[in-house]
Design a protein around this ligand. Structure first.
Ligand code: ADP
Ligand code: MG
Length: 353
């Protein structure tokens, strides 16, 4: 082999680079739903309806009754790094919204065919727009105005079709539509606990019957009851603690009760996250108390000074970096442990699937 031969460094084509970046944000249909959910909550929606064809692999139709999008914003809606939520880097330190990078809708438009129908309050019309690769599809190509006026109701509907049509490898790596559907329901279940005042529903596009529905309710506890069952709520212990820089509160099952599968729901500043170290610590605490094969239900909601976390370490924002992580984990563990000890003193086991 000629040692001097080489593959020269070349810039990736922009659409290839964009598609690769999009694949890091959008992993599966449930990632689309999570991004849309967070946008809807940012837009003050109180009602969110999801309908899916083939578990979202073919079509995800997602409707909210939030603020809607101004027609003048449609041009930039799906452009990468275009957002209404962040203007300077320092804003990251005090952000009250989920979104900030303007990456979600762009990513979705790079790996699917995206239609948006939106209407603001007191507006006479709704607008419908088609996007591809971060841009409005040119009217000439569509043969009709884009965006175009249509009738509608206040709020925004996203129709995401043929997810990963241009990423054959990713498409192959997905699970069956039944399992992808399950991931989406699981996500909605968790968000409905954290956002009891939002009503969520999910159904198969071809059915009128809901597979999942939560009404607006008063409290997280009633939401847990609706979603995970009354028998769980009857066995919950409330935990809470705080320092000057963070506060947490949540519900955990007592030592006399267990599920056949563990259920961990962790929210930090309103966002669902994977929190491996906390999960491991809590699991090991319960494993010494629960019968073999029995697991807890855990819901913990942390509010922390945004300056102490970095939500930017994971493209899909599922993991975050905490400055005070050990302290939070240890405080919470001690608090759970103390409360569990009280429940252990009156033991009578019950395992529920
Ligand atoms: P980000 O959430 O980081 O700003 P997105 O790509 O998710 O980026 O969204 C881009 C912009 O589109 C948002 O900043 C917001 O102004 C608008 N937007 C997205 N979804 C909605 C929605 N459901 N209702 C109203 N506005 C929305
Ligand atoms: Mg967003």
């Amino acid at each position: 082999k000629d040692v001097l031969s080489r593959n020269p460094i070349k810039r990736l084509e922009k659409d290839v680079a964009d598609r690769i970046a999009a694949g890091e944000v959008i992993l599966r249909p449930a990632s689309v739903v999570k991004e849309l959910l967070e946008n809807s909550i940012d837009a003050h929606a109180t009602q969110i309806e999801v309908s899916l064809l083939d578990g979202g692999l073919k079509t995800i139709k997602f409707r909210d009754n939030g603020d809607g999008i101004h027609p003048d914003d449609l041009t930039l809606l799906c452009e990468r790094f275009a957002t209404s939520k962040l203007t300077k880097y320092e804003d990251l330190l005090s952000l009250g919204t989920f979104g900030f990078r303007g990456e979600a809708l762009a990513s979705i438009s790079f790996v699917s065919h995206l239609t948006v129908i939106t209407m603001r309050e007191k507006s006479d019309f709704a607008y419908q727009a088609y996007f591809e690769n971060g841009q409005l599809v040119p009217s000439e190509k569509l043969g009709t105005a884009n965006p175009k006026k249509c009738s509608g109701v206040k709020g925004t509907t996203f129709i995401v079709e043929d997810l990963f049509y241009n990423c054959p490898l990713r498409k192959k790596s997905l699970n069956s539509s039944k399992e992808e559907y399950r991931f989406i329901i699981d996500l909605l279940m968790k968000y409905s606990v954290r956002y009891p005042s939002v009503s969520f529903s999910c159904r198969r596009l071809e059915n009128t019957k809901f597979d999942f529905f939560t009404p607006c309710v008063e409290s997280e506890l009633s939401s847990i009851g609706n979603v995970y069952g009354k028998e769980v709520t009857e066995e919950l212990i409330e935990v809470a603690s705080s320092t000057t820089s963070w506060s947490l509160h949540g519900y955990v099952t007592n030592a006399n009760f267990s599920l056949r599968r563990s259920q961990f729901i962790f929210f930090v500043n309103g966002r669902l996250i994977e929190w491996q170290s906390l999960k491991r610590a809590i699991s090991s605490l319960y494993s010494s108390l629960l019968p073999k094969g029995g697991y807890p239900f855990i819901y913990i909601d942390v509010v922390i000074d945004p300056r102490l976390i970095d939500v930017n370490v994971h493209p899909a924002k599922r993991q975050i970096y905490f400055m005070d992580e050990d302290n939070i984990v240890q405080t919470l563990l001690r608090s759970i442990e103390a409360k569990l000890k009280i429940s252990v003193s009156s033991r009578h086991f019950q395992t529920v699937s």
